[in-house]
Design a protein around this ligand. Structure first.
Ligand SMILES: C[S@@+](CC[C@H](N)C(=O)[O-])C[C@H]1O[C@@H](n2cnc3c(N)ncnc32)[C@H](O)[C@@H]1O
Length: 265
């Protein structure tokens, strides 16, 4: 598929996502630090977004043939404009087929957006194309039980928009045990770890700005402009009740994430 596709009605917004670019890129650095490859020849950034994760991959592996794919035209537009020397294409992970063997598949904050029943199948299908010793590294947020996400659902249930938002949100991610049991038959090793970040944000409104770029999108996209305003007012009120204000007036947003580094047999 080409990078020139037009913007769909509910596309991601690279600009909104990059408001917290530095915080969102820290897990990329932490995941990459655990990838046991010195000089991979072919690297693909799956769900590369605006290219923030791809840029980190490029610094570590300047000699690799590096490409990025993402299903969002806006994200691919941003990545291609920032890194015109690399190849970025609009592709859906569910149907993506690599054009040759890939030493490293890297995916930061993407697989949670796939349907639960498709995630592991996509990973296994891609790993099957990798050479022995190839690595599949991914990170996903583990924040569905955090107040930020619980309150999205509570706010959805509590307003005149309840019917429209009845099925909004995303499926829970597989447990580490499920991931291990599914991937291990294909792998020499499946290493997993979990990290909680504590992001210091300016105020409660900043929590909304953060999740507007990601987890809140399925709750806002179906609403009219007026409903959006009402939803956000109610959500903000609930956030202020759950997240205390810090000594300096800021607010700490705890953010747990799960990391997986699988090495092909
Ligand atoms: C949270 S962003 C992650 C961006 C970047 N990898 C990073 O490290 O910050 C999630 C990205 O996954 C992409 N995405 C979601 N579902 C996808 C799919 N089925 N196929 C390809 N990309 C997908 C979105 O378009 C979005 O750019």
């Amino acid at each position: 598929m080409s990078s020139a596709a037009s913007k769909p009605a509910h596309d991601w917004s690279a600009a909104q996502y990059l408001k917290f670019g530095n915080e969102r890129t820290q897990p990329v650095r932490d995941l990459l630090a655990r990838v046991p490859l010195q000089a991979p020849q072919r690297v693909v950034d799956l769900g590369c977004g605006p290219g923030n994760s791809t840029a980190v991959l490029q610094s570590r592996y300047p000699d690799a043939h590096l490409t990025g794919i993402d299903s969002s035209p806006d994200m691919i537009r941003q990545a291609s404009s920032d890194m015109p020397h690399l190849q970025f294409t609009v592709e859906d992970l569910n149907s993506y087929v690599p054009s040759g063997p890939v030493d490293l598949f890297f995916s930061n904050a993407v697989f949670q957006w796939l349907r639960r029943e498709d995630r592991i199948e996509v990973i296994k299908r891609l790993m099957e194309t990798q050479p022995s010793g190839g690595v599949f590294a991914l990170q996903v947020p583990d924040n569905l039980s955090e107040p930020s996400h619980v309150l999205m659902r509570e706010t959805a249930n509590a307003g005149p928009w309840a019917a429209k938002l009845a099925s909004a949100g995303r499926d829970s991610f597989q447990t580490p045990q499920e991931i291990y049991d599914q991937l291990k038959p294909l792998c020499a090793s499946v290493d997993m770890f979990h990290t909680s970040y504590y992001h210091s944000l300016e105020n409660h409104e900043a929590i909304i700005e953060w999740v507007k770029g990601t987890g809140l999108r399925p709750f806002l996209d179906p609403l009219s402009a007026e409903e959006k305003q009402g939803y956000l007012r109610e959500y903000l009120k609930r956030l202020a009740e759950k997240y205390p204000t810090c000594i300096d007036g800021r607010v700490l947003l705890p953010y747990p994430r799960l990391f997986v580094v699988a090495v092909k047999k």
